[in-house]
Design a protein around this ligand. Sequence first.
Ligand SMILES: O=C(O)CCC(=O)C(=O)O
Ligand SMILES: [Fe+2]
Length: 177
Amino acid sequence: MGGSPRHMTTIGGPALATGSPLISELYRQPSLIGLLRTVTGEPVVPVREVTERHVVNILHHPGDTHGEHIDDYPFALVLFLEAPADPRDGGLLEYSPRTTALPLPDAAPLHRRHHHAGDAYLLRSDTTAHRVSPLTRPGVRRTVLNFAYTTPDRQAARTRSAQLLYDDENAGSEETR
Ligand SMILES: O=C(O)CCC(=O)C(=O)O
Ligand SMILES: [Fe+2]
C-alpha cells in the first residue's frame, strides 16, 4: 500500500481459524466486544470474512518491518505476544491520526509508541495511517495478534492487501512482502 514494504512472517485468518480454536473463541468473546463498544461508542461487531479478522504478524529478522498502511476495517485490537524490551531495538508503532494519504506526507503528525509483551492497543485503523518501525538487531522478535473489528454497515473489505498477506496460498511463508 503506497509502495510500502512488508518484511514479515504472517499467519493469516484462515490458518488461525482452523488451527486455533482458542484464538477464534477469544476473538468472539462477548465481554471483549462489549468492552470495545464501550471504549469506541460504536456498535462494534466481528468481521465476517476470515482473511483478516484475526492475524498474527511476526517480525524476527533485522530490518523486518510492517510498512505504512491503513486497514480495511475501522478498528484494530493489537495484542503483543513478544516485543523488543528496548525501544532502540525497533518495532515501534508509528501512526498519524486522521491521515489516509500514502506515502505519508512529510508534514503529517507522527506519533511513536513502544509496547511490551502483554500490552495491547486499540487503533482507529482505517483513518489512521500506521506502520511498525524496522527491527534494528539480530535476536529480537515482535509478534502480535491483530483482531480486526467493524460495524454492521461495513462488512466488505476495501482492498486486496489482506488477501495478498494472509490467504493460505500467499501467507505462512517466510518474508511475505
Ligand atoms: O503490529 C502492529 O502494531 C500493527 C499491525 C497492523 O497494522 C496490521 O496488522 O494491520
Ligand atoms: Fe494495520
